[in-house]
Write a protein that binds this ligand. Structure first.
Ligand SMILES: [Zn+2]
Length: 437
């Protein structure tokens, strides 16, 4: 169940497609069975990864798409630099300081952003009854449970799988947990992880960030959105997210969702598997190939089934006579949540991806073999960050603010906005194999 899929280039995809006994599927969509093609997102598996042409890049602390912008404009890390975002710095301090989550709920609720601390306490100890249980003293030690993956093979995309130092999980901020806590965490359902993500985003967006406009507000969306789309001439392929970040607009009839998909939340049950750093005993979630396929499904189906939200009018800047046209934005962001951990996944769609999904069987083959056309989805994820730690909350806050800056660039700069989607993403994707090592 651990992630082994690590195609970095179209060439890697071709190789994976032809490996004897490959779990990653046939090379084209047309070669999936009708049942596999019809599957809803929650039942996608490793066989969807190659025909849907996923390329994964090494994980990173900050998404490449946000790297330059973060360095220049993050109001948390560089408060002296000019930024379009104004923060309540006292609230930022409150978010980043440590709060004793073993306090009573009434004390937690009295803290600034108390709803978040209650959620965090719940995600750390979902079974409140256990708080009164007394465990015998015992030595805390790294787990050897069979649910744990061997670090030497659980390193997606590592150029040297024998060196755990290059692992994406190595410095996921965490602390060691003992067996009881491990068992407790494995039971943490998706809804608790989704609620923690929602409450964290509310803390960031409603308390830390000062949103001046009283007729528009960006907040977490708690309702689950179901999307249907058509791929390779198969109708009604479905996905359902676990909420997301949404722009709401005030109308005479109340608040309405103006853009529900600034980011999608995807919560998974905690710790189906856990990676343990052999050096420190620290743990963090592992993304299995199946989970990876399900994130991909959410990104592909949501973007395709909600074109009006992912379309922008493109007006040529220097040629007034040229016609404007609508282009599909090429980025989808997923906030993956598991237990107390989060990570941001940036899917960037190649220019010919939609054409590939619409193509006949024969044309799918032609498109794949034309190396001048980018028919792939490029994925980059951050390392997992742990919302239990101050560092983890800071990385989460920086990314949520960066996502909003990115979103506003798309939305409010007209023609520049349309092209900036490509520009911001181009650092993390290109047709060249060189970029994938
Ligand atoms: Zn920052």
């Amino acid at each position: 169940m651990r992630q082994c899929y690590s195609a970095r280039s179209p060439c890697d995809i071709s190789k994976l497609a032809t490996l004897p006994g490959t779990p990653f599927g046939p090379s084209r969509l047309a070669d999936l069975t009708p049942t596999e093609l019809r599957r809803s997102a929650s039942t996608w598996g490793p066989r969807h990864l190659v025909p849907y042409r996923l390329l994964v890049q090494p994980v990173t602390s900050y998404l490449k798409a946000f790297e330059v912008d973060h360095r220049q404009s993050c109001p948390v890390c560089s408060p002296k630099n000019a930024s379009a975002q104004i923060l309540d710095h006292d609230m930022v301090k409150n978010l980043l300081r440590d709060v004793d989550i073993h306090s009573t709920k009434r004390d937690l609720l009295r803290e600034p952003g108390g709803f978040f601390w209650v959620s965090l306490a719940l995600a750390c100890h979902p079974d409140r009854k256990n708080e009164t249980k007394t465990y015998p003293e015992r030595e805390r030690r790294p787990m050897t449970n069979s649910h744990y993956a061997d670090s030497s093979v659980a390193i997606p995309g590592s150029s040297s799988p024998t060196q755990p130092s290059s692992s994406e999980y190595e410095d996921a901020a965490s602390r060691d947990i003992d067996e009881d806590e491990y068992e407790e965490r494995r039971r943490i359902p998706e809804d608790i992880a989704a609620r923690l993500g929602t409450d964290f985003a509310s803390f960031a967006l409603q308390l830390c960030l000062i949103q001046g406009d009283r007729s528009v507000e960006i907040c977490p969306r708690v309702d689950h959105r179901r999307t249907k789309t058509t791929i390779a001439n198969v109708d009604n392929i479905i996905c359902e997210d676990d909420g997301g970040l949404c722009e709401f607009e005030k109308t005479p009839h109340g608040w309405v969702a103006a853009h529900p998909f600034i980011a999608l939340f995807e919560a998974k049950r905690a710790f189906g598997q856990l990676w343990v750093d052999p050096k420190t005993g620290e743990s963090s979630p592992i993304t299995s190939d199946q989970t990876l396929a399900q994130y991909l499904a959410e990104a592909v189906i949501t973007r395709r089934g909600n074109r009006k939200f992912f379309k922008r009018e493109w007006v040529p800047l220097h040629n007034e006579k040229a016609k404007s046209s609508a282009i599909m934005l090429s980025s989808v962001f997923i906030v993956a949540l598991s237990s107390t951990f989060g990570r941001i996944c940036h899917f960037h769609f190649g220019d010919y991806y939609d054409e590939y999904l619409d193509a006949s069987a024969a044309d799918q083959g032609h498109l794949i073999n034309d190396n001048t056309k980018d028919t792939c989805v490029h994925l980059q994820c951050t390392k997992w960050f742990n919302l239990q730690t101050s560092d983890g909350r800071k990385i989460g806050l920086c990314h949520i603010l960066a996502l909003l800056r990115w979103y506003h660039t798309q939305d409010h700069e007209g023609s520049a906005g349309a092209s900036s989607d490509t520009n911001m993403s181009s650092s993390s994707s290109s047709g060249s194999d060189m970029d994938y090592g």
